[in-house]
Design a protein around this ligand. Structure first.
Ligand code: ADP
Ligand code: MG
Length: 512
């Protein structure tokens, strides 16, 4: 009884840690422990849903949030006699992704059938690329640009195109499995890395890096929570200098944070097993967020023979060098290049660049506002004030109502001393609440223009000084903190509209 309570308390603590504060996750990392004797070996298998409006072999829509089984053609449902027809958009996007990862895109590749029986796979086989995938080799580089202390290439083994399955829904009707085929036949890119990663951090960064690349190219939205990016991670441990150990594959991880936590606890589990003289058996495991433990899903002994065979209804996929050149030349600026360019062109920090890149369209927004303006002021206004207020109002950056002209007008008005930064924030808040006009009109109407009338300001300052003789005395005795307090009094008196520069001039004149 007692232990159960304790245990559930402990679980709650872990859940709270996950929900409230990611920095605590690091405390669970065993990096230092296992580094002493054991080395971890990590490889990734990533499935990214290809960003095409239509499915891989049919013209049905891939859009989500539709009633179940409405985006299903006879091809997706595998009616007898139907013939798949390859969607060229899926090829374009996969080739673009492969080229961006320095993969060797194959001029000839082909499709195969991978057989297994499951209710959400109507044909009884999945069309994939087993014998001749579309791209071989390539790499993802993780480096100081990602916040890592060193640079490292993680080799990619291959990239292949395949179709997704439908979804089995087990928790809606007791005792029944329901099938939704809306997802069946959606195009996926499968990216398999070599076992080149050694820490959960490298693995997490590699996934983030791929995610950013997909988004830059537009080949996938890379959303792990929604399942458009699915990562399986293979983990083994060995003593350096000896052959690699037996690996376990952890499946169904729905965030990078959990992927990293799962890798760490799995490494810990395997080391503990080996240290007590046991063995690691090759198996597929899941990860329980609540207990922060991995658990067995199935062992490889029950592994199916997939009976791969060439897909006889699809000809080989033949590409030309011209086509590859065309796709290569149409690649957008890739994330690492973009980071380097923004830092050098605008003299802003890597942290600033990463904040801008975190939001969809953030960089474009910044570059528009930063034209002919002080780029550091602009980046501060975006990443601190704008992001901050949007966050408070629970508005996504995608729905940011403040136009680049509007934000620019705030910064301009501050620069020309028409308003204080504090008033600038009030103007921004107005804009976020739907104000469509530019700063000059808003401050005109609200009477928020900065007080720059020397006579008026002198009167106010003198008044504050004479009303607070005690504080002025303390100031003269050497308590310099009083100065800011006096400035504060003036600001209060003027509702923050007094020009800080002029107030400063006047106060020093009369005090010293
Ligand atoms: P299979 O042919 O059984 O699918 P692969 O060699 O293709 O195996 O590897 C599948 C995944 O497992 C890859 O991501 C690879 O990096 C990873 N992997 C291979 N060997 C190991 C190992 N010893 N430890 C960890 N991961 C590994
Ligand atoms: Mg595989």
């Amino acid at each position: 009884m007692f232990t159960t309570t304790l245990k559930s308390k402990f679980n709650n603590i872990i859940i709270n840690l996950y929900q409230n504060n990611t920095t605590h996750l690091k405390k669970f990392s065993t990096q230092n422990l296992y580094r002493e004797k054991w080395e971890a070996i990590i490889g990734l298998e990533i499935h990214a849903q290809i960003n095409s409006k239509k499915k891989l072999f049919s013209t049905s829509s891939t859009s989500f949030n539709e009633p179940v089984n409405t985006n299903v053609s006879v091809i997706d449902a595998a009616f007898p006699g139907t013939i798949p027809r390859l969607n060229p958009k899926c090829i374009d996007l996969t080739v673009a992704t492969s080229l961006a990862l320095s993969g060797n895109v194959q001029l000839v590749s082909s499709f195969d059938r991978k057989h297994y029986f499951y209710p959400d796979l109507p044909a009884g086989y999945q069309i994939t690329q087993h014998y001749a995938p579309i791209s071989l080799g390539g790499k993802v580089t993780v480096s100081p640009l990602d916040g890592l202390e060193y640079e490292k290439d993680i080799r990619i083994k291959q990239i292949q195109i395949e179709q997704d399955t439908g979804k089995s829904i087990h928790d809606v009707r007791p005792g029944m499995a329901l099938i939704d085929l809306n997802r069946a036949g959606t195009g996926l890119m499968e990216i398999v890395t070599e076992p080149d990663m050694r820490t959960s951090k490298e693995a997490g960064l590699a996934v983030r890096k791929l995610q950013a690349l997909f988004r830059a190219i537009g080949s996938s939205d890379g959303n792990m929570e929604e399942g458009s990016l699915r990562c399986d991670v293979n983990v083994s441990v060995h003593e350096p200098g000896t052959p690699f150990g037996t690996r376990c594959e952890i499946k169904n991880l729905n965030s990078v944070k959990f992927l990293m936590a799962a890798v760490d606890v799995e490494i810990e589990r395997q080391i503990a097993e080996l240290n007590k003289g046991g063995t690691v058996i090759q198996e597929t495991r899941g990860y329980n967020v609540a207990t922060n433990q991995t658990f067995r899903l199935r062992t490889k002994e029950t592994y199916t023979d997939y009976r791969y065979m060439p897909e006889s209804d699809l000809p080989p996929l033949i590409l030309t060098k011209d086509y590859l050149t065309r796709i290569y030349n149409s690649l957008p600026e890739l994330p690492d290049d973009r980071k380097r360019r923004l830092m050098s062109q605008y003299h802003i920090s890597l942290n600033d660049v990463m904040s801008l890149m975190r939001e969809n369209g953030g960089v474009e927004y910044f570059e528009e506002v930063a034209k002919d303006r002080n780029s550091r002021h602009v980046v501060n206004w975006i990443t601190h004030e704008l992001y901050g207020l949007l966050n408070i109002k629970n508005i996504k950056f995608d729905h940011n109502p403040v136009t680049t002209q509007q934000l620019g007008s705030i910064i301009d008005s501050i620069e020309t001393d028409e308003i204080t930064a504090k008033i600038g924030k009030k103007v921004l808040a107005q804009m976020i609440s739907g104000e469509k006009r530019l700063t000059p009109d808003i401050i005109q109407e609200k009477g928020w223009k900065q007080l720059t009338n020397m006579d008026e300001l002198e009167t106010i300052c003198k008044n504050i000084i004479s009303k607070n003789s005690e504080q002025v005395y303390q100031y003269k005795q050497g308590n310099k903190n009083i100065y800011q307090w006096l400035v504060g009094q003036v600001m209060r008196e003027t509702k923050s509209k007094a020009s800080p520069k002029l107030v400063n001039d006047i106060l020093t004149k009369y005090l010293d």
